[in-house]
Every structure is written in C-alpha cells, then in structure tokens.
Design a binder for this molecule. Structure first.
Ligand SMILES: [Zn+2]
Length: 321
C-alpha cells in the first residue's frame, strides 16, 4: 500500500490510495457467519473444543474470549450485537445493522428474526455497504449462488427476501446462480454444495471447503468488496441439522477459512463477523446475548480497532476500501 500526501495552501490533505504492487485495488472479503458468539472457553462452548486447525493456528488457540488480540495484521475483538435493545438479538434486524450500519433493532423497536422489517427495506436498499461502495466506484461481488428454487420460493411467497438480497438488488449487484457455481465463480451457502446435491443437482460437483475458500479468494481479484454469507452455524445451533452437527459445521467453516487464507493475496483483508450468538452455547438452542467476534486478517486490520458494535462494521468497511 502507498500513502500519498498532498500539501496545498498550507492545508495538509491526506489522500490515502490503497493499491497493491501491481497497481490494482486491494480487496476486502467479508465472511458473514450467522449465529456465532464470542464466549469464554467452557465445556458448553463448542468452539473451545472443535477441530478448527486453521483458526487455532491463526489465533494461537480457539475462537474464544481468551484469544481476543490485536496485531498490525490481525484483530480479534468482541463486538456488541444487542445494540441497547432488550431481548435476544435476531437476524432480520441484525443483518440490516451489519449491512447498512444502522441500529435496526432500535429503529424497529425490537429485534426481529429471519427477514428485515418491511419499514427498513428501503433504507437497506439505499444505504447498504454494497450500494455505498459502488457509488464511490468499487466493484462489489455477492459470492453466494441462488438456486432457481430460491427464486420460486420468493415468487410463491414461501420466503421473503433476505437482507443481503435486498441490499444487492438495491445496489445493482448481480445475484449469482448455479452456472456461476459450475464456473467456480460463486459459493454455495453450505460451502460444499451438499444441499444442491440433495436437491438433485448432481451435475454440480461437490467440492471441499478448502476449494470453496479458494473460489472466494479468487473473486477478490476482480472486486474490491466480496461478501459471502453462511447460515450453517445458526442452523446447527438451533438443532436444525440434527444431533452432532455442531462440531462438523465448525470444522467445515474452519476449512473454508483455511482455503481462503492460503489463497488470498497479501493485499487482501478478510473480515469475519456475525449477527448474534447461538452456536457458542450448547446449553440452549436459542440465540444468546453474547458479543460476536470481529476477526479481521490482513493489512486493513487496524482500521477496525475501534469497532465495538455490529452497526459500526459497515462504516468501517467503507472507510477501509
Ligand atoms: Zn437463528
């Protein structure tokens, strides 16, 4: 990276241009993990014992409160997801807070599960990090692939648009599909494409989590901001993937991160965070009020050193691009 300083009329105006050695813009890869809190190591915290070799190597221990740390190229801190609103944090409002940088539960009056409150959808479409990043000239990729079945379920009103889809549509960011998956230019929400196989899309080769991580890293070659969301930890934490799913899900995510870390360029920064706790406490199948991890790896890590809440992540990302 280089920093160019201009002195004009006695006023020092610092223009920070972030470029890599080839003159290409640096990228930020945002991995959103639904339902991961940052809690102390304890018998009830599956993150303390799960096989997560890549994260352990990175943090010198598991993804728990004891390993909060700050270095020039690595930051792990707990950030608040409750945002001053009573009750358990939920995804509908939490996703809006993360993607649009607003206190969505306070605006809505409560934490709302699943999908964004109707009244907040226009705000999300107009103020998301996708839209604001594009407005200042950054290319943005939403890495998840959406199946035909997803759009059919939307059309039939069986489900509503997720916050990320509303944000992408509002920003004119392309929503990827099965062809992108086949070309390794998208990721499946479940990382290995197992769900697509189970639906009968058997022409789509299953991949390892590491390969998915490589695909995510390669998108950063063409986009300044790459976003991937994964709901596995929340589903497993709610017990919706069957007994014993939690350790496997944590390992799958760790292997994705391993592939991503190995394939990323040194100029790329990886940011991992969540919307609320869940999987870090196996005494409950509900969300928790624990803080969530903000894990940032790469040259921009220090730009997130003051982020203390999930609604402060989006402005910090925009400042880092
Ligand atoms: Zn949930």
């Amino acid at each position: 990276m280089s920093t160019l300083c201009f002195t004009m009329l006695g006023i020092i105006d610092e223009l920070v241009i972030t470029v890599n050695n080839n003159g290409a813009a640096v990228s930020l890869i945002f991995v959103f993990l639904d339902g991961v809190g940052l809690a102390p190591s304890a018998v009830e915290n599956p993150l303390a014992a799960a096989t997560m070799l890549n994260l352990r190597a990175l943090l010198n221990g598991p993804l728990t409160r004891e390993h909060v740390q700050e270095r020039s190229d690595l930051l792990l801190r707990p950030i608040d997801a409750a945002l001053g609103v009573d009750g358990l944090p939920q995804s509908g409002t939490g996703h809006v807070a993360l993607l649009a940088g607003v206190n969505a539960p306070a605006l809505h009056g409560r934490h709302q599960p699943n999908f964004p409150p109707v009244a907040l959808r226009p705000l999300l479409a107009e103020r998301s990090i996708f839209r604001l990043a594009r407005q200042v000239g950054h290319a943005v990729a939403f890495a998840n692939a959406f199946s035909v079945g997803y759009w059919q379920a939307i059309a039939a009103r069986r489900i509503r648009r997720s916050a990320s889809v509303i944000a992408a549509e509002g920003a004119g960011v392309r929503l990827r599909d099965s062809d992108d998956l086949r070309a390794n230019r998208a990721l499946s929400w479940d990382i290995t494409r197992q769900a697509a196989h189970e639906r009968g899309e058997t022409d789509l080769p299953l991949i390892t989590p590491e390969a998915a991580g490589e695909h995510l890293a390669s998108l950063a070659h063409d986009y300044a901001l790459v976003f991937f969301e994964c709901f596995l930890p929340d589903l497993a934490g709610h017990g919706r993937m069957g007994a014993g799913a939690v350790p496997e899900v944590l390992t799958r995510i760790d292997r994705l991160l391993g592939g991503l870390l190995a394939a990323r360029r040194p100029t790329d920064t990886i940011l991992i965070t969540s919307d609320h706790g869940n999987i870090e406490d196996d005494r409950t199948q509900s969300h928790t009020r624990n803080p969530v991890p903000l894990l940032v790896i790469g040259p921009q890590a220090q730009r997130f050193a003051d982020v203390a809440r999930i609604d402060a992540v989006a402005p910090a990302i925009l400042a880092a691009l």
